[in-house]
Design a protein around this ligand. Sequence first.
Ligand SMILES: [Fe+2]
Length: 305
Amino acid sequence: MFSRRRFLKFLAGFGAFGTSTAAYGFGEPVFQLDVTRYHLSPARWPADFPLKIAVVADVHACDPWMSLDHVDAIVKHTNALNADVIVMLGDYVAGCRHMIRRIPAEAWAGLLAQLKAPLGVHAILGNHDYWDDRVVQRNGHGITVARRALEAVGIPVYENDVVRLKHAGRPFWLAGLGDQLAYAPARRFRHVARIGLDDLGATLAKVTDDAPVILLAHEPDIAVRVPDRVALQLSGHTHGGQVRLLGWSPVVPSRYGNRLAYGHARFNCDVIVSGGLGCSIMPFRLGVPPELVLVTLGGSGPVVS
Ligand SMILES: [Fe+2]
């Protein structure tokens, strides 16, 4: 079976022959930016409690595929959505070898600091924020450069932690899960006994009242274990497989394949998987353009994507 790396390399090789399809695939990461909207009424979210959430996932800052100008445009676009709250779902760092240069964390964090929403901006980390961090990688533990950079500009980062927010006088919780693949692939981290830093039980134990819960989890796979106490899970990581044709992604970095590759799914709670903004492994996307996600909770209305 093809790994995503081999599959994307195959497509990249295809591009070397100058086909228009492959040329488009290399342009899609840079030139497109979509907004995908969902209107959901989860069972555990009060129907008369409207909340707009903007989701920024998988920035993967690097030149030329996600330049600072590009990040700046994403920030402006996100602010223009006038969401009540903005969440960032991890993978801020390059995660890709085929690039001109990595962008220093202080630079991309400085731009993300300009994201504005009435209930603030809240972040979790992704696997590449760990995998690309040489110090954490060498020691098998520690605070990532990405986390430090975000916190330095005033953006809180949740790793198995929660925050209780209030909107229109009503409370709700954001619960941010530690990364499920922080120390994978195992061969790179043989000295580390555990792959993931996620602790779903400990995270949800910090929820101390009946207010509805939104779970932020970089990788969507936790969905099979999330209890129905949670109203909504927001995830990224898959990039929709980076190649998606007719609603099907040939290679998906999820144990559950296309079930959690992209879009809306329902397990014990509703799950939204963002296609993300940047690229990992190869700077190539086809049929799954970079996207911001805007989720509106409460009220009635169909799922729109
Ligand atoms: Fe990613």
